[in-house]
Design a protein around this ligand. Structure first.
Ligand code: ZN
Length: 271
């Protein structure tokens, strides 16, 4: 079977080496993983998740009386934090997820990127564009997700603008013009059914708590209470891990309808 997230990681390594604007990226600090999403459903193809965002300011939820507007109850104070992900001794700074099988079936014709490429561009270039797009979200200043500057130099609150897409397309064209080893991009030329027929299945890295994955969580903090006496609702404790290691990375096989974990190497199944 083809390990799709591994192939993407190998391709990313080559892209980063050949693209000066992405050369600061250390892929040892990035984990590529799969999420499940059907081809015929709406949704993202891929997402860049930052794990280096600082802890939030303390806050709480509150409820008001509808008629008087008075504060009736509030939650405990909390901060929002990123979980830690460690692989060996390396602290992971970014996760990049690909939605399978949807990503495998992405094609240029039906995409907003269509106008950014020449008419004879191969349809699978849309997938390479998505891979470079997610890498471009990694911020050289390590402050989270790359901010997009407006033409006046101020920061746009949106992380994408038309310029972002154009710059990604330029990097994709530059990469292909550098004559990369065709075997590195070959897997992008097949859709999900094509890959399944060729390789007998598509597998990828996932987290143990699939379909979940490391996400921001709330942690209770003690704060002096300046509020009038109101009822305080306890916060629910986190339901997902706050620390992940390589033991939490599981390989799963993706199908159109689901993903299932593969047996570990050396694990015996009763016949
Ligand atoms: Zn994006």
């Amino acid at each position: 079977m083809i390990n799709y997230t591994e192939r993407i990681t190998l391709l990313m390594q080559d892209v980063v080496e050949r693209t000066p604007r992405l050369s600061f990226i250390d892929l040892g600090e990035v984990v590529v993983f799969g999420r499940h999403g059907r081809t015929d459903a709406e949704g993202a193809f891929a997402t860049c998740h930052c794990l280096t965002l600082p802890e939030s300011e303390p806050g709480y939820y509150f409820w008001r009386d509808r008629t008087t507007g008075e504060l009736t109850r509030r939650s405990e104070w909390f901060v929002t934090k990123s979980p830690h992900v460690r692989v060996g001794r390396t602290t992971i700074k970014y996760l990049i997820s690909f939605v399978l099988p949807r990503f495998c079936d992405q094609s240029l014709e039906r995409s907003r990127k269509f106008d950014l490429y020449p008419p004879d561009a191969p349809p699978w270039i849309a997938k390479l564009d998505t891979i470079v797009h997610e890498l471009y979200h990694i911020d050289p200043e390590e402050s989270g997700i790359r901010r997009v500057s407006r033409s006046d130099g101020s920061n746009s609150p949106r992380s994408h603008g038309p310029l972002f897409y154009e710059e990604v397309a330029l990097m994709v064209k530059g990469y292909l013009a550098s004559a990369p080893d065709p075997s590195l991009v070959e897997f992008l030329q097949h859709d999900f059914d094509g890959l399944t027929a060729r390789h007998g299945g598509v597998v990828g890295t996932t987290f143990r708590n699939f379909p979940s994955f490391p996400q921001r969580y709330m942690e209770r903090v003690n704060m002096p209470s300046g509020d009038p006496i109101v009822k305080i609702e306890p916060l629910k404790p986190p339901t997902q891990p706050v620390l992940y290691t390589e033991d939490d990375l599981h390989v799963r096989q993706f199908t159109e309808g689901s993903a299932r974990r593969l047996a570990r190497k050396g694990q015996h199944r009763a016949a």
